[in-house]
Design a protein around this ligand. Structure first.
Ligand code: ATP
Ligand code: MG
Length: 577
């Protein structure tokens, strides 16, 4: 299969790729720094970038891979307007729910519009009343388009932009089995896309977040600089986003013999101090977190002493909650550092993390300054209002499937698949007639690939101290031809001959025809990261050879002038996606 951008080969002297000598100060990540330095992208404003010619070629290759995989999986490409009537967003409920990330604007008639951050509303509206019968299903539609999100922290270059390129796809299915089939096909296609783009990615169980629904997987490009934390199991292959991971963490019985005992703990305002004082591990204590839930009501959330409340899970349970301020603690008669479920003011709801079920007696604050209880037995000494999954899973916690210790890693979310169910079809009245003529809401799936983020993720995974190392499949050019004495014979003659032959052989080539010093040329070509370099030096030419350098390994080899094109053509052909 070929993934070539069909344009003529180029001369570096004419190419618009302004490189930077110094590392740009604003760039923390390798990908951000290198894409700026190598002349691939330029910033226009926070989170807004121009893709210069080299980046655009690579992006088009990623898009070609995405299209190829989508078409092979039975999806059909279309293009919907970026601008969306706000009425559709009101219908779905997301005009309010999506929050400040939504780019809102209005036209001359004061009618509200949205710059699409995603297109569930648009596509559902599109098919309503036109897709009518189970006989027409399933239908799977996708587009590749700029998306807009007013991110709170646009950063890291293309990783988190306010305008970025996404492939978004949506399926309409009649039955859960059919949805599962489409979802599985999309998941397989997404794994292929990562592989073909050269992204090492792990599919992880995900929280379904803002979009809703219940079954979702994210593809995480493994990278230390990734914004997402994930855990995986070496043993059984389980992997999950930290926001979604569940575990049966080891929670130990607290000290004492399950008799409710109040003990004086004068200097134990933190879990570490309490554990040290009790001579117990932190996971034999219970941590109290006081919050105000989405309805403005006070809640006590209890979690194992050695674990944290997970923000994403907490939002599912408590709505738009916040931790109580010192004033709010006081208003609720709570004493910081000594809070617990026993003797708690009555109007405070108690929600306990599921894992605490493993301990029969707990050690926790006594709601009195300077005191804790040990031997607290839930059900006997207080009544939990609810149990829920609340904690962030750590490295070392047991795998929920096999119990093996989980490993932690960081990743860049490059794509995600969701089963939406009937969330949008029900809200927007999108129905079809089933076999019995009964009107039913469509089951929907949605499938997104961050095209521009994928470009950055590839650079994050493929670089060294000299610059970018493009995988052939998405390299802007496959080969750079580097004459060290341009304009002089025999260098120029050999260069022209090889350039023409490479064009004939269909190898995408840039010729560095600039009259720069060899050191400058080597540095720039390494920085831009073309997978192969053909170097035309005096000594070799005398013997009828050129040097072929593999950018990834740094290996150089003398190859006869007459053989180099066939050799490099075979190398790139084998690696095109
Ligand atoms: P994140 O959690 O990183 O904010 P998301 O889960 O909100 O992303 P989705 O709605 O799943 O994003 O969008 C599909 C894909 O679009 C993501 O997997 C990601 O690759 C890409 N993407 C999302 N937001 C951005 C952004 N601000 N800049 C670049 N790519 C993005
Ligand atoms: Mg996502």
């Amino acid at each position: 299969m070929s993934n070539k951008v069909k344009t003529a080969n180029v001369r570096m002297s004419a190419m618009y790729a302004p490189t930077l000598k110094e590392d740009p100060a604003e760039a923390e990540l390798a990908s951000h720094r290198l894409l700026l330095r190598a002349g691939f992208i330029r910033k226009q404003a926070a989170g807004l970038y121009s893709y210069l010619p080299l980046a655009w070629r690579s992006l088009r290759k990623i898009e070609a891979i995405v299209r190829d995989e989508m078409d092979a999986a039975g999806a059909q490409e279309l293009l919907m307007p970026i601008l969306t009537d706000a009425e559709l967003w009101r219908e779905s409920g997301r005009w309010n729910a999506y929050g400040p990330e939504l780019m809102r604007l209005h036209d001359r008639h004061e009618r509200d519009f949205v710059l699409g951050p995603t297109h569930e509303e648009t596509v559902t509206d599109l098919i309503t009343n036109e897709l009518k019968s189970y006989k027409q299903l399933p239908v799977n539609l996708y587009q590749i388009q700029d998306k807009f999100r007013d991110e709170m922290r646009p950063r890291f270059g293309l990783m988190r932009g306010r305008e970025f390129i996404m492939k978004d796809g949506y399926s309409f299915n009649a039955t859960q089995e059919s949805l599962q089939e489409t979802y599985d096909a999309m998941k397989a296609a997404y794994a292929n896309i990562c592989e073909r783009c050269g992204v090492k990615a792990l599919p992880v169980v995900a929280d379904s977040g803002q979009i809703g629904g219940d079954t979702s997987v994210e593809f995480m490009a493994l990278a230390d600089a990734g914004e997402a934390a994930l855990v995986y199991c070496d043993d059984c292959g389980f992997a999950a986003d930290e926001e979604a991971a569940t575990t049966n963490v080891a929670v130990l019985d607290g000290p004492g013999n399950a008799e409710l005992t109040k003990i004086e703990t004068p200097h134990c305002g933190t879990i570490a101090e309490l554990a040290a004082f009790l001579k117990a591990p932190e996971n034999a204590t219970v941590k109290s977190l006081c919050l105000i839930d989405g309805e403005g009501k006070p809640v006590l959330a209890l979690v194992p002493g050695d674990h944290e409340l997970n923000d994403c899970k907490a939002e599912h349970v408590f709505g738009e909650y916040h931790l109580m301020s010192d004033e709010e603690l006081e208003e609720n008669h709570l004493h910081k550092g000594f809070i617990g479920p026993v003797n708690l003011p009555e109007d405070i709801r108690i929600v306990c993390d599921e894992s605490l079920k493993h301990a029969t007696s707990w050690g926790c604050g006594a709601n009195e300054v300077g005191y804790h209880y040990v031997g607290i037995v839930p059900g006997r000494d207080f009544t939990p209002d609810a149990w829920a999954d609340l904690i962030t899973v750590h490295e070392g916690d047991p795998c929920p499937h096999c119990g093996h210790a989980l490993t932690g890693a960081r990743g860049i979310e490059v794509s995600q698949v969701f089963q939406l169910g009937t969330k949008y079809s029900e809200a927007m009245g999108a129905t079809f007639a089933d076999e019995n003529g009964e009107e039913k809401p469509f089951l929907m799936g949605c499938y997104g690939v961050g095209v521009s983020r994928t470009l950055a993720a590839v650079v994050e995974q493929h670089n060294d101290e000299h610059g970018i190392i493009w995988p052939v499949s998405i390299a802007p050019y496959e080969v750079s031809l580097i004459p060290l004495d341009p304009g002089k014979e025999p260098c120029q003659e050999v260069c022209d001959k090889l350039f023409a032959e490479l064009l004939d052989a269909g190898v995408e080539t840039v010729v560095d025809d600039r009259s720069e010093r060899p050191g400058v040329k080597f540095a720039d070509n390494d920085l831009m990261g073309f997978p192969y370099q053909i170097i035309l030096g005096k000594r070799g030419l005398k013997n009828g050879t050129v040097e072929l350098k593999d950018r990834a390994t740094g290996e150089r080899e003398d190859v006869a002038i007459d053989e180099v094109v066939a050799k490099v053509a075979a190398l790139v052909e084998a690696q095109r996606a």
